[in-house]
Ligand binder design. Structure first.
Ligand SMILES: [Zn+2]
Length: 241
């Protein structure tokens, strides 16, 4: 489990401080596009699974706050404020700063950096179907803009880990909605059950600075950038997938 894989970063939950995660390139042909190491490895595996090497291009991964600021300013100058507010997150509020987000494009001579073309058919469609098993969600789906504050972005994927991703996909939840559900299961009350093709898990929540459960209970803790920690543990032996 990645420690920060469930961090919620949006206009209401900016990153408190800039950390620089351990980074790796998911595709060696694009050494400047980096992700958090575990997310990079899972993205590489997912692209390989669907035979997408050379066809699926990582366009933008980890960005520092300064890089996000530069993208905001250049998009503002070129496209105006309405477009920029629709498609570019404010500096401090972009999940690209976590290293867990990736923008993908179908390989082409000219790739739009802000709105890459990543269709729903062919190898890109195969990637979309496989992504949750490798821990990725389509972060800004259609019909969720009122909740996410970001327009539909068919190119932007976010690593959250397979159990969470599979559950969110099955229930049709975006990350904000999923965390709201998790927050309703504080530790000590019956946990949320995730029965997924990647195995069965229990999920609970520690709000604020509530004391952690004893280590022998086997919970992993994942800070959510909302002031608390998500708890997750295996519920039974993992089934083959
Ligand atoms: Zn993006």
């Amino acid at each position: 489990m990645n420690g920060d894989a469930l961090a919620l970063v949006n206009p209401r939950h900016p990153l408190a401080e800039e950390g620089r995660p351990h980074l790796a390139a998911p595709d060696a042909r694009f050494p400047r596009v980096l992700m958090e190491r575990r997310a990079a490895a899972r993205l590489r595996a997912c692209i390989a699974r669907v035979g997408g090497q050379g066809q699926i291009v990582p366009v933008s991964g980890f960005r520092s706050r300064a890089e996000q600021q530069a993208i905001w300013e250049s998009t503002l100058a070129a496209e105006g404020e309405a477009f920029t507010r629709r498609y570019v997150a404010l500096p401090g509020c972009s999940e690209h700063q976590t290293g867990l987000a990736i923008d993908l494009a179908l390989a082409a001579e000219h790739i739009d950096f802000v709105r890459p073309h990543f269709p729903t058919q062919g190898v890109c469609g195969a990637f979309r179907r496989a992504a949750p098993r490798f821990g990725f969600i389509l972060r800004y789906p259609p019909h969720k803009q009122a909740i996410t504050s970001i327009a539909h972005e068919p190119w932007h994927f976010r690593y959250v880990g397979a159990p969470h991703a599979l559950f969110m996909q099955e229930r049709g939840l975006c990350l904000e909605e999923y965390l709201e559900l998790v927050h309703a299961h504080p530790w000590g009350t019956p946990p949320l059950r995730l029965d997924t093709p990647a195995g069965a898990y229990q999920v609970g929540y520690l709000p604020g600075d509530a004391p952690a459960p004893p280590p022998e209970e086997g919970w992993h803790m994942q800070p959510d950038n909302c002031g608390g920690r998500v708890l997750i543990r295996r519920h039974e032996r993992r089934r083959a997938v």
